[in-house]
Design a protein around this ligand. Sequence first.
Ligand code: FES
Length: 346
Amino acid sequence: MSRRIIIKPSEHVLHVAPGETILQSALREGFSLPYGCRNGSCGICKGRILSGSVDYGNYDEETLTEDEKQAGLALFCCASPQTDLVIECHEIGAIKDIEIKTLPTRVEKLERVAPDVMIVSLKLPANQRLQFLAGQYIDILLKDGKRRSFSLANAPHDDDVLQLHARNYPGGVFAEHVFTKMKIKDILRFEGPLGSFFLRDTVDDDVPIIFIAGGTGFAPIKSILEHVFYQEAGKDHKRTMRLYWGVRTKADLYMAELAEQWQQQHDNFTFIPVLSDALPEDNWQGRTGFVHQAVMEDFPTLERHQVYACGSPVMVKAAYQDFTALRKLPRDGFFSDVFTPSTSQS
Ligand code: FES
C-alpha cells in the first residue's frame, strides 16, 4: 500500500511505493533531500518524523542513536513509512546546497564504444555516494595538480557507479592516458559535483525542450534525460523533448541504440542524429550538416522553448547566436556546457 508524506516546511507531498525508503521516493518524485552514503552510515539524510511511524531499516547504530530515535529522528535513506507521515527536513533548492566533495574512486570498467570514445565507470568507496544534479560534472585531480573535467553521464538516481564519456583527441595528455594506460582498479581522485548545466523548471512547464549534443556532449544530456524519464514515470504531464546529436560519422553515434530506445518508449521524446562528415560506407539516409543548422531548419521560431547545448565552443556559440538572433529564443532560455580540449570542459 502506498503511503503519503508531507515534507515540512516546504509542504511538498510525496507518495511512497511499497518497499521504498523515504529518500528513494523523494528522489523519484523530483525532490532533492540531502544524502551521502544511502546506506545508513553517514547521517547526512537525518531528518525528523513529526507524525506517523516508520520502519527504521538497517543502519549503523552510531549514526542514529536510540536517544535520537526517541527525539523523533530517522535516517531517510533507510526508513520506510508504516503510516502516512509528516516529516521535517531541509530540501536542496540550489547547487549551493550540495556539498562539493573530494573523493577517491576506483576504475570499475572501461568500454571503447567508438574509435575515439571510452566509457569509464567509476566505483566510489563503500559508504560513499555522490549527490549531484543531472547535467553536472566532476574534476579528475591529476598528480601534477592539473584537473580534467568530465560530465557525469549516469543519472543521480542511478549513482552506484559514476559514468564518464572520455574522448581521445590529439595532445590530450589525460585522454591519451585513458586510452593507453588506464586499467581496471586504478585509483583516481576527483572533486565534484560542479557546474550549472542542469534542467530548469519553467513558470509555464509546457515549454518544449531542445537538447543539442556535439560528440561526447551527449554525456550530461543522457544524465538529464534518464532522470526526467525516471521522474515522469506514471505522470500524465510530460514536456516535449527533442535531442539533436551531432557527430562526424555514424561510428561516432556511440549510444544511438539507447537514444532510439528512449524514442520508442517515450511519446514525448524525439531523437534526431545529424552527421557532418558521413562516410560512403555509412549509407546514411538521415540528417546531415551542422547540428545547430538542423534545429534552425526544423523551427521557424524558438520563442517558447528552452535549449540545452553541450559540445564544442564553436557549436555552442553558433547555436546561441543563431537561435537568439534569428529564431527569437529568449536569452535566458539557452543553457550550455562547453567542452574545451585542454580541460575537456569549462
Ligand atoms: S545518506 Fe548516509 S545515512 Fe542516509
